[in-house]
Design a protein around this ligand. Structure first.
Ligand SMILES: Cc1cc2nc3c(=O)[nH]c(=O)nc-3n(C[C@H](O)[C@H](O)[C@H](O)COP(=O)(O)OP(=O)(O)OC[C@H]3O[C@@H](n4cnc5c(N)ncnc54)[C@H](O)[C@@H]3O)c2cc1C
Length: 468
């Protein structure tokens, strides 16, 4: 029986959903609930695209909470200053939250929990972000796994808790304090560059569940199809996982229990997310520093003209350009193309992976500090269990293999849409009459190659020799 006098503040962070929300669920059973979202700009690792996505999802989540009798209050500033004010104003005797694990936040929250507990506030924290807390899977000697396959095998032996039931009703405390308006958190940019994204991405947990169900029909093709950017055989759940509109546990249980098809390749990919957080927890420097020490001495280049060509999708390599333009237009990029574009930046252009990672964090709506650092270090060769440095993707061969008919390229690089299949991956090798027939003038309609593959490959390998 709920104690109707007790007011519980639930801190809302990466968990904008009613289903499988342990903090909200347990609070709803114990008293009146005040969900509170505190934006701390100084800690925000997210860039412009993710903030836009967050704003849309917060709007949606506020409506969902109101529809079940609750509310969502907003405030901004440092948690340690803002939360005590709310405890005082509302007379709350408890604070619940689902743990988050970005560098800085986890330690901050732990200290806050100690401080509040010592003042007699009932603090309860829950796992709502990952399949298992990131410290749970370690080697038998307690040290963290650095090899993914071993981590995956170990995690698969564990019981993953079932999602908690959806919260269907809330009782809100009667308070005068209204907090800030969502718009006062300034998550939206002043210039409305996000119109295209608005047409593509539907916010909220219903939209996430719709995507989950749609992907359920494709999941048996995932192992074969996931590397082909034009095929669409991947879940596109990452933007929803990044802000917690869907819980990773419910995705896991949906595919391991409800669908009797071959789902393990997908589950294996999903578990990379937990692995990334485990690496981040044990090596919190990984968003900035190479995990392999020797890479600290690597001599990077900083050619601004190359950088501009990469971010604008004007490198002369169609698959790279298609990926970078997809990212700019949609806030998303297919995984295989993330690998190709990141490899091109770090190996063909020798631009530091940290600079590319920062660009991705600013432009991806699924920007996730753990997955992003893991992805970039993997591609650059400086991470644990990485692609070896000497394995340098040939963008033209990758393109021919994974976008054979050039469908993906034609979608994002429309000036090449009339190029014949034979030359769509490398217009720079097309005879003059082919270019003319396709209406492409190199250097005018589409750029010349900014670097030659063979020469760039040799330069990268020579540079690597220096630190080997
Ligand atoms: C350079 C680089 C940067 C990346 N940056 C991010 C990022 O900021 N945010 C992000 O969520 N992912 C990132 N990834 C991982 C991966 O590209 C995306 O998770 C995936 O493309 C999202 O699409 P999806 O949801 O359709 O994935 P699916 O293929 O359907 O996979 C389902 C889920 O599994 C997880 N997952 C899949 N692949 C990976 C992976 N390689 N590493 C970690 N988790 C994975 C994701 O949560 C994903 O949503 C990056 C990869 C690279 C190579």
């Amino acid at each position: 029986m709920a104690n109707i006098k007790k007011t519980i503040i639930v801190l809302i962070r990466q968990d904008l959903r009613l289903h499988d929300h342990p903090a909200l669920y347990h609070a709803s059973k114990e008293g009146k609930v005040l969900p509170l979202y505190i934006h701390d700009e100084s800690l925000s690792e997210s860039g412009a695209a993710k903030k836009w996505w967050l704003h849309r999802n917060l709007t949606h989540f506020q409506e969902s909470l109101e529809a079940i009798g609750g509310c969502l209050l907003f405030d901004s500033g440092e948690l340690k200053d803002v939360l005590p004010k709310w405890i005082e104003k509302t007379g709350a005797s408890a604070v619940f939250w689902n743990r988050v694990y970005e560098p800085g936040t986890f330690e901050r929250d732990r200290k806050l929990a100690d401080d509040l507990s010592s003042e007699g506030i009932d603090v309860k924290t829950f796992e709502g972000t990952l399949l298992l807390p990131p410290w749970k899977i370690t080697k038998s000697d307690g040290s963290p796994y650095k090899v993914y396959t071993s981590y995956y095998k170990s995690l698969r032996k564990e019981e993953i808790s079932k999602p908690v039931p959806k919260v269907n009703s809330l009782s809100a405390p009667d308070i005068d304090e209204k907090g800030l308006l969502l718009k006062d958190l300034h998550l939206l940019p002043e210039i409305t560059w996000y119109k295209t994204m608005e047409n593509i991405w539907e916010p909220g947990e219903e939209a996430a569940i719709k995507r989950l169900k749609r992907f359920s029909k494709e999941v048996q093709k995932y192992d074969e199809g996931r590397d082909y950017p034009a095929a669409g055989i991947h879940s596109t759940l990452s933007p929803y996982l990044a802000i917690g509109a869907i819980s990773v546990r419910s995705v896991f249980h949906h595919f391991t229990e409800q669908i009797e098809k071959q789902t393990e390749p997908f589950i294996k990919q999903l578990i990379w997310r937990d692995f990334s957080y485990s690496v981040l927890l044990h090596f919190p420097q990984s968003p900035q520093e190479p995990l392999h020490e020797k890479f600290k001495a690597f001599e990077w280049e900083d050619n601004d003209s190359h950088w501009q060509s990469w971010i604008k999708g004007k490198t002369g390599y169609p698959i790279v350009d298609a990926g970078m333009r997809e990212l700019w237009a949609t806030g998303f990029m297919h995984n295989r193309v993330r690998m190709i574009t990141a490899s091109f930046l770090t190996k063909h252009l020798l631009i530091p992976w940290q600079k590319g990672a920062a660009w991705f964090l600013d432009t991806l709506i699924d920007a996730d500090i753990a997955n992003n650092s893991m992805g970039w270090q993997w591609v650059a060769g400086s991470g644990f269990d990485s692609s070896p440095y000497f394995r340098i993707f040939n963008p033209t061969l990758q393109s021919g293999k994974f976008d054979e008919d050039g469908h993906y390229i034609r979608m994002w690089v429309p000036e090449l849409k009339n190029m014949p299949d034979k030359y769509i991956h490398s217009p720079s090798t097309a005879p003059e009459h082919v270019l003319e027939e396709a209406g492409v003038k190199l250097g005018k309609d589409y750029p010349y190659l900014i670097v030659d593959h063979k020469a760039a490959r040799k330069r990268a390998l020579d540079r690597f020799e220096e630190i080997k």
